[in-house]
Design a protein around this ligand. Structure first.
Ligand code: GLN
Length: 283
């Protein structure tokens, strides 16, 4: 069978299994199996697949039919134009989180005196820290995660993107064992509420690490701890920037106000118009 025939057959199988993006998924999976760019497939639709490649493609499609995210099957995901490694120990980087990177870079451009020191709490795949370090050579990042398995992925991503020398990785919970002060603290903490978690699509709930998604009953358990802990780790005027879910803004604004250590609270919306990043400056 040719590339085109395999793609058509796989798309039908994926559609039958209830996938929305079946043609795209089939193309991404076949390109991965053949180790070519997706465009290459479209340029060579009549290429005959070797049996060994056809078998690996069938296995990849079968995994996707079980709702496994494409990123885990192919082992990588694009974020901030970087190709990052992912596996089931880390949340798959979302385009939403590029808003957090943009806000962080905006602050560095307008307030950065090198060496600019950034702390990322809960780095996961390392996406945010690696994107920041790749964008600016004059920053030093400390990136933490409670999961040693996640940090392994993050370190591999830092090496892959050539920024390992400027990121220190620490396995710890929140601020435990950290010392010194930072110009900026960034985090994309888990913020899915218990009710929302129950409703998440199988692709997310069944495969991505719950510890990277669940933020307790109202989703804000980690944000509250970060707001409290960042008080002692941010320099005066330093920025706290956190990703959040739609609808969580009022509660976060209230928590920041009650901490009595921040001002200039702002919110950044994502491309879908949802409140996505909360920003506050240490007084
Ligand atoms: N935005 C992610 C989702 O909806 C959640 C990310 C997070 O909890 N930090 O799946």
């Amino acid at each position: 069978m040719t590339v085109r025939e395999h793609l058509t057959a796989a798309a039908a199988v994926l559609k039958e299994a209830g996938m929305d993006t079946c043609r795209l998924d089939a193309e991404v999976l076949l390109a991965h199996v053949l180790r070519v760019e997706r465009q290459e497939l479209l340029l060579r639709p009549h290429l005959e697949l070797a049996e060994e490649a056809a078998e690996r493609f069938r296995q990849a499609v079968a995994r996707r039919c079980g709702h496994e995210p494409v990123a885990y099957i192919v082992g990588e995901k694009e974020f901030w134009s970087l190709s990052l490694l992912v596996n089931r120990h880390v949340l798959i980087p979302r385009p939403d989180t590029e808003n957090l990177v943009e806000e962080a870079l905006r602050f560095i451009s307008s307030h950065g005196l090198p060496p600019f020191r950034i702390l990322e709490i809960g780095t996961g795949s390392g996406a945010v820290s690696v994107a920041l370090a790749a964008a600016r050579e004059d920053i030093r990042v400390t990136a933490t995660d409670i999961s040693a398995d996640a940090l392994e992925v993050a370190m591999a991503n830092a090496a892959r993107c050539g920024v390992a020398g400027r990121i220190d990785f620490i396995c710890c919970s929140l601020f435990d064992g950290l010392s010194g002060t930072f110009d900026m603290i960034v985090s994309n903490p888990p913020y899915i509420t218990d009710d929302e978690f129950a409703e998440l699509p199988e692709d997310v709930r069944g495969y991505e690490p719950a510890a990277a998604l669940r933020g307790g009953p109202d989703g804000l358990g980690f944000h509250r701890e970060i707001i409290a802990g960042a008080v002692g780790r941010l320099r005066p005027g330093g920025l706290l920037a956190m990703e959040m879910g739609a609808g969580q803004r009022p509660a976060l604004e209230e928590t920041l106000r009650a901490a009595a250590a921040y001002d200039r609270v702002q919110c950044r919306r994502d491309y879908a118009g949802m409140d996505r990043v909360i920003l506050a400056r240490r007084i």
